[in-house]
Structures are given as structure tokens and as C-alpha cells.
Design a protein around this ligand. Structure first.
Ligand code: FES
Length: 101
């Protein structure tokens, strides 16, 4: 099922925003070098919102303990994170960012 998440302009370049999906999921959606990516918003290490973190070199730094994940693959990149974050496929259609998963 395809769901419209937001407008392309809702996320400034190099930033991340939180979006709630009607089915209950809360996602962190990233804009990096003009491309859009999405992961679960909840860190796999603790009760932190990744959309409140900082993007650095294609990674999202968790605001709680500064663990990190690769935005594209979800791979855990820095301790204390060790469990990958779930990623979601997105598409851009005109001015809309669509969630494909
Ligand atoms: Fe994210 Fe600990 S809660 S690194």
C-alpha cells in the first residue's frame, strides 16, 4: 500500500522530521543530498526519537547516547547501538514523498 507521508519541502536538505502514519507507525524521514529515506523513529537501544538526532555523513546520531545508524541501510554503526533500525522504501512523485512499505 502506498501512503503519502509529506511534501518534499516539508524536510529541509540535510534534516530529519518525524511523521506518524495512520497505521500507528512513527517514522523518521530524512533528506540527504536530495534523496529521501525513512527508518523507524524509535532507537533500537532505548526510548529515544531519532528524528531529534543529528545527521552526520549519512548517519543519524541518536540524541540519547550518541549511537548511530546508517540512514540508507539501517545498520547500527556506533555503540551502544547494535541492532539495526528498520528502513522503509520511499518514492517521490512530484511534490509528494510516498511510503511504499
Ligand atoms: Fe539511542 Fe541509546 S537510546 S543510543
Amino acid at each position: 500500500m502506498t501512503i503519502r507521508l509529506c511534501a518534499t519541502d516539508d524536510i529541509p536538505e540535510g534534516e530529519v522530521r518525524q511523521f506518524a502514519v495512520d497505521d500507528g507507525r512513527t517514522l523518521a524521514v530524512y533528506r540527504v543530498d536530495g534523496d529521501y529515506f525513512a527508518t523507524d523513529d524509535l532507537c533500537t537501544h532505548g526510548d529515544a526519537s531519532l528524528s531529534e538526532g543529528e545527521i552526520e555523513d549519512g548517519k543519524i546520531l541518536c540524541p540519547y547516547h550518541m549511537g548511530s545508524f546508517d540512514i540508507r541501510t539501517g545498520e547500527a554503526c556506533a555503540a551502544p547501538c547494535s541492532i539495526a533500525i528498520k528502513t522503509y522504501r520511499l518514492a517521490v512523485d512530484g511534490d509528494d514523498v510516498l511510503l511504499l512499505d
